[in-house]
Design a protein around this ligand. Sequence first.
Ligand SMILES: [Zn+2]
Length: 303
Amino acid sequence: MRLDDIDTSGVDVEDQRGSGGRGFPMGGGGGMLPLGRGSMGCGTILLLIALVVIGPKLGIDVGQILGGGGQIAPVEQTQQAPAGQTGAQGCEANAASKFSCQVLASANETWAKAFPPGKYKEPKIVFYSQNGRSGCGAAQSAMGPFYCPADQGIYLDTDFYGELSQRFGAAGDFAQAYVIAHEVGHHIQYLTGIASQVRQYQSRASEVEGNKLQVAMELQADCYAGVWAAKNKERMEPGDLEEGLRAAHAIGDDVLQKAAQGRVVPESFTHGSAKERMAWLKRGLDTGDPNRCDTFQNVQLDR
Ligand SMILES: [Zn+2]
């Protein structure tokens, strides 16, 4: 994905790096992160994209990480930001932040056109290192990237990506772009109200039904990520599509479960199977139409 000419000056960015998360006002709401209980969160899964796709190049054994009861600790394997770096460097702090901001700026532009004039509200992007604070509670690296509806923030620990770009100069990686675009997808769900509908329904639903809804949410965010890419096709480079599909496949619940437990338990899926994730990302890419991202077809919401 070629995004290097995109201006990031309009991006709402907050930088908690180098401040230890102190001094950052807690947002209202105080709600829990919408991460599935007893399962790996969406952010954690997305962090795995980078591990699965690029991990082998770094010598990180993904199987070993997954084998440890599904717990991952990639952060412990990354370097700390050099001492002396202080916060508030925003998008310009390093190549990883810059690229993340460029993806967000591009996604903002794309989605603003999909909403009625003036109706799209831009999310903020929050960079933190190891530990941060969000309107949804503490942000920790092990969670991976996540979206917090309470403060409409996309939270990223850029240490991992920072190391990637430092080592390889691979700032323009489509898998990284997919991570941000997926989180923007959750912001779209917040704006359309589908996120709160799902949460209301989940509070009354059984665990199995709740998981089905969670899968539909995640697949829709994948599809929205595809829509963003489709709307910016001229920026895509050879191999981007394959890279995105490979990432979507690698983080399917069935692939992850198999790697972690050696068996697949479809009822406990919270993100969708590899096949589903690839299919919905591709649906977005092929159609470029958010209305075609109807992952809730088979899920009843109005109960
Ligand atoms: Zn997600």
